[in-house]
Design a protein around this ligand. Structure first.
Ligand SMILES: [Zn+2]
Length: 131
């Protein structure tokens, strides 16, 4: 089913349904998520707010929304010929994980975990509130 958004829609408003914009990928994600929940369905239902899968789902949806808004801002900057700033970047040392394993960003079974010294475990570097 085709949904036509008007040309003057505010692309950063709640009028844009991101689940529809990327419907195929959204459906694949939700179906894969259900497969993971099936691995521990009883645990997920009993502890759904703090279950790691629930936290992962929240993080994925937040990433989808942030990616959309970043794309809108990048397109607006490109159309006006201006640049745009990002106040935070992913930590180049740990790739956003906040941890290192034997001083490497790749997790290896048996490696000693440690808080990333590049970002103090935040996974990001820079300062929020700018840009
Ligand atoms: Zn780091």
């Amino acid at each position: 089913m085709t949904h036509l958004y008007p040309a003057d829609i505010d692309l950063e408003s709640d009028d844009v349904n991101l689940q529809d914009i990327c419907a195929t990928e959204w459906a694949a994600y939700k179906q894969a998520l259900d497969s993971v929940i099936d691995l521990d369905a009883a645990g997920f239902i009993a502890d759904n707010c703090w279950h790691p899968v629930a936290r992962l789902d929240e993080a994925v949806v937040a990433l989808l929304c942030a990616s959309w808004h970043a794309g809108v801002r990048a397109a607006q900057a490109a159309s006006t010929g201006s640049g745009f700033a990002v106040p935070l970047t992913s930590c180049p040392r740990c790739g956003g994980q906040g941890h290192l394993w034997d001083e490497q960003w790749i997790r290896v079974v048996g490696a000693k975990p440690a808080t990333c010294w590049g970002c103090d475990g935040r996974g990001v570097v820079g300062s929020a509130g700018i840009g």
